[in-house]
Design a protein around this ligand. Structure first.
Ligand code: MIC
Ligand code: SF4
Length: 675
């Protein structure tokens, strides 16, 4: 293990197994290497393999992991299959926040399974009702300077307190829990240089919407967005976390803020000041790219259907009637957000045409709202209070009416994600959402006059009674499995000859919500792959699963940024179950590409992007010498037997990734390499 800084090695743990880092403000023994950015410093301190040169594969040691229930059941089944008695991380936390509606036994069974698994393997368990994983982790567990790997794409929320927090597929997280380092292409580091201060009514959400407007949902691919400049000190931790959270929508590997006095105050309010270390970029740090952003020049922004980068100014579409307003999600459910909401709703009534739903991000936020009296203002105005969970963000209830216009403070507005296929979802700040809920039409909050001043408490009510610590020895704990938990499907090593049909050809920016939809009806099937596989590509082509089964597998062709969005490995695992052997796309989103490899599906790219036109759904394709080519890192020749032409397919895979595919997936590979 290579570590450049002493503080990256093991430190004492508190009662939750959290690391107690060096004394606040104290530099690590040996000091920092000069000329580094915050991200570089942390990555280098955790580097196990490779060099921080953009594109090359690196491996980093993971200090903390988090899972949520929708990806966690599979991740823990995989961890179990690795036959490791106890997690080897400093801290692993299992959250239950996604599948909280219990319309049948399935989700409840999964919760019980997760609780028993946590006790067995030394994992901290955050009970249903305790809150959204990213919000709770920031409040109770995150530590500046540490690495966090989470089986959820919004794990970069932790970058708000100076963590390198990365989203990954459940299998990668399971491997990290088993002590296996996390591999990724070394990212380019982009400095987002902030200056000025946000004007009244403009919020952190508008900062990230502005970046999405400029850079698009592909703009962050292969990059870490590191925030710096004078403007940083004007942003609180919840604001920073909103920005790093939604860096996921840029496709970024992660996003990070320095850890400064504001971070210290946030941790102190959580009774965790001892977790603070200062982390700042050196004055002479160099970056691969610099983006300048003047906070004082921003205005309220809104992302229109059906992509988070379809951003315009709120005032451009003001006046459009609204049917639903939803406030919450891991992007905007902090106490700060909720206090702003309460102040705006104070003494008002929600417009008669609007259903306003509110989900506070954590039990702590909810308790604070109750204690400060802010809850009375929210409920008094007619808001429908939901539990502290993901809820409508993932279509877990509160599906809007047909053809509805729904304004949400969330991070994704992909087609169908709300649970209503013809609904139009707009993404906005809390300020814009609250203003629109009151008026009943899309409203620029600046029209409300002087903004309320919010009194933010400097001490939070700490009550960790919904967090269960694992026993010191969990080896005798029985794992409780309900009938919904089916055994893991086995992935087969790729064959030397692959012949079959293109089952589907899709456009650019296809999301994992297209590939493997979520929502209240499908999410409960996450631990039952045969059942969930029936829904693959349902939003685009409801006949996909039946055709794949009839043809005994086949292939998929995609455009740019294939598989953007969530970390759900089910978008690879379920196609694998249906026999999909390769996906040929113009380019891939990072997490999905890794997930395809993890389940033995080859992510191929066009050597000539024009060849995209030379392959269609239904074409019969044959590739020979597949295993030999993978071993020798040579491109594949895909014979399009239907058209009588050849297409050259490349792949940008490290030796390790090629071995994983040859082994039939990461699980088989890890079993071979982790002892
Ligand atoms: C999402 O926001 O899409 C999810 C649901 O949180 C996913 C994880 C999942 O599909 O379980 C994510 O962001 O990774
Ligand atoms: Fe939950 Fe939505 Fe955040 Fe995903 S984006 S973790 S569904 S709140």
């Amino acid at each position: 293990m290579i570590t450049t800084h002493r503080w990256a090695i093991m430190f004492p743990h508190d009662t939750f197994g959290r690391v107690v880092p060096p004394e606040a403000g104290k530099e690590p023994e040996g000091g920092y290497v000069v000329g580094k950015s915050v991200a570089q410093k942390i990555i280098e301190a955790h580097l196990v393999k490779g060099e921080l040169k953009p594109g090359a594969e690196i491996a980093i040691r993971i200090d903390q992991t988090l899972t949520q229930d929708a990806t966690g059941t599979m991740a823990y089944l995989q961890f179990e299959a690795m036959e490791i008695p106890r997690v080897r991380t400093e801290l692993s936390v299992s959250y239950v926040d996604h599948n909280t509606l219990q319309a049948g036994f399935e989700n409840a069974d999964d919760h019980r399974f997760l609780q028993s698994v946590a006790a067995r393997f030394g994992i901290v368990f955050s009970r249903p009702g305790n809150g959204i994983c990213h919000q709770v982790h920031l409040e109770r567990f995150g530590v500046p300077g540490r690495t966090l790997l989470g089986s959820d794409s919004h794990t970069p929320t932790g970058g708000g307190i100076g963590m390198i927090a990365i989203g990954a597929g459940g299998l990668d997280v399971a491997a990290a829990m088993a002590g296996y380092p996390f591999h990724m292409p070394a990212p380019r580091i982009v400095l987002v240089r902030l200056k000025g201060k946000l004007p009244d009514w403009v919020s952190a959400k508008d900062v990230i919407l502005e970046l999405l407007r400029r850079l698009t949902v592909k703009g962050g691919l292969g990059k870490i967005m590191e925030y710096g400049g004078d403007g940083v000190k004007t942003l609180s931790v919840p604001e920073r976390a909103t920005i790093t959270n939604m860096g996921a929508e840029l496709g970024a590997t992660t996003s990070i803020f320095p850890s400064d006095e504001i971070t210290r105050a946030f941790l102190a309010a959580q009774g965790r000041e001892s977790a603070w270390v200062e982390l700042k970029a050196d004055d002479d740090a160099s970056y691969d790219e610099i983006i300048d952003l003047d906070l004082s020049a921003l205005v309220p922004l809104i992302a229109q259907p059906h992509s988070p980068d379809n951003v315009v100014e709120v005032k451009q579409i003001e006046g459009k009637p609204v049917d639903q307003v939803a406030i919450g999600s891991c992007t905007n459910s902090s106490l700060k957000d909720m206090l702003m909401l309460a102040a705006l709703l104070d003494g008002k009534t929600v417009a008669p045409n609007v259903s306003l739903v509110v989900s506070p991000g954590s039990k702590q936020v909810l308790e604070m709202l109750a204690a400060t009296g802010a809850l009375t203002k929210i409920v008094g105005a007619g808001a429908r209070l939901l539990e502290s969970a993901c809820g409508p963000c993932i279509g877990m209830g509160q599906a809007p009416p047909s053809g509805a216009t729904t304004l949400r403070t969330f991070n994704r507005n992909f087609l169908g994600r709300s649970g209503t296929k013809d609904a139009n979802v707009y993404l906005v700040s809390v300020e814009t959402a609250a203003a629109s809920a009151i008026t009943g039409v899309i409203t620029d909050p600046r029209s409300l006059g002087t903004p309320p001043s919010i009194e933010f408490p400097d001490k939070m009510q700490i009550n960790d009674n919904m967090i269960i610590k694992p026993p010191a020895d969990g080896s005798k704990v029985e794992i409780i499995r309900g009938p919904n938990i089916k055994p893991l499907p086995k992935s087969q090593p790729v064959g030397d000859v692959l012949e079959g049909k293109v089952l589907l050809k899709v456009e650019d920016n296809i999301t994992t919500d297209h590939i493997m939809p979520a929502g209240a009806k499908i999410l409960p099937l996450r631990s039952n792959i045969p059942a969930i596989a029936e829904h693959v590509f349902e939003v685009i082509d409801p006949s996909f699963a039946a055709r794949a089964k009839r043809e005994e597998g086949g292939f998929v062709v995609g455009g740019e940024n294939y598989g953007q969005g969530s970390s759900r490995e089910h978008a690879a695992l379920a196609p694998m179950y249906l026999g999909v052997k390769w996906v040929l796309a113009k380019s891939f989103a990072r997490i999905h590409k890794a997930n395809l490899v993890n389940f033995g599906i080859i992510p191929l790219t066009f050597a000539n992007p024009e060849d995209y036109e030379k392959i269609s759904s239904g074409d019969k394709i044959r590739a020979e010498n597949v295993r030999r080519s993978l071993k020798q890192n040579e491109p594949l020749v895909l014979k399009n037997l239907t058209r009588g032409i050849e297409i050259r397919a490349e792949y940008d895979l490290s030796e390790r990734q090629r071995e994983i595919i040859l082994d039939g997936g990461l699980l088989n590979h890890v079993k071979k390499t982790v002892t």
